[in-house]
Design a protein around this ligand. Structure first.
Ligand code: SF4
Length: 123
């Protein structure tokens, strides 16, 4: 299950990279050369919007309660970023997600890559 989830994440990142413009790809390469271990302040990150192309592809909704169950069969009531294994809370009501790197996600949001945190996980 975990390997399948990790593979899905890798596949999503590959697709996203391919969709990036040459400029975006160049910027990523340049950033990794200039500051390979850069740590970004979570508070400075832009907020992920539903209009983001990758967010649209994953059915991201800022408010999980508005997810259309007819379109997102995987969604179950009560799921949200705050209980997702890929989410790390950084401030009240928001945090980072390993899929949407460089963006801040709402802890009440949801996307189709949701993976329930193992019980006992404190974040
Ligand atoms: S993968 Fe998890 S934390 Fe990231 S946007 Fe989707 S539901 Fe939220």
């Amino acid at each position: 299950m975990k390997n399948e989830m990790e593979q899905n994440i890798i596949d999503l990142k590959r697709r996203s990279m391919l969709k990036n413009s040459i400029f975006g790809l160049t910027a990523v390469v340049a950033a990794s050369i200039i500051a390979p271990n850069a740590v970004y302040a979570a508070d400075d990150l832009p907020v992920l919007t539903e209009a983001d192309p990758m967010a649209m592809g994953l059915g991201y909704k800022l408010d999980a309660t508005t997810v259309d169950k007819a379109k997102q069969a995987k969604y179950e009531a009560g799921q949200s970023c705050g209980s997702c294994a890929l989410f790390t809370a950084t401030k009240d009501g928001a945090g980072t997600c390993t899929i949407f790197t460089g963006k801040l996600v709402n802890d009440k949001a949801w996307c189709s890559a949701y993976a329930k945190k193992a019980s006992g996980t404190s974040e």
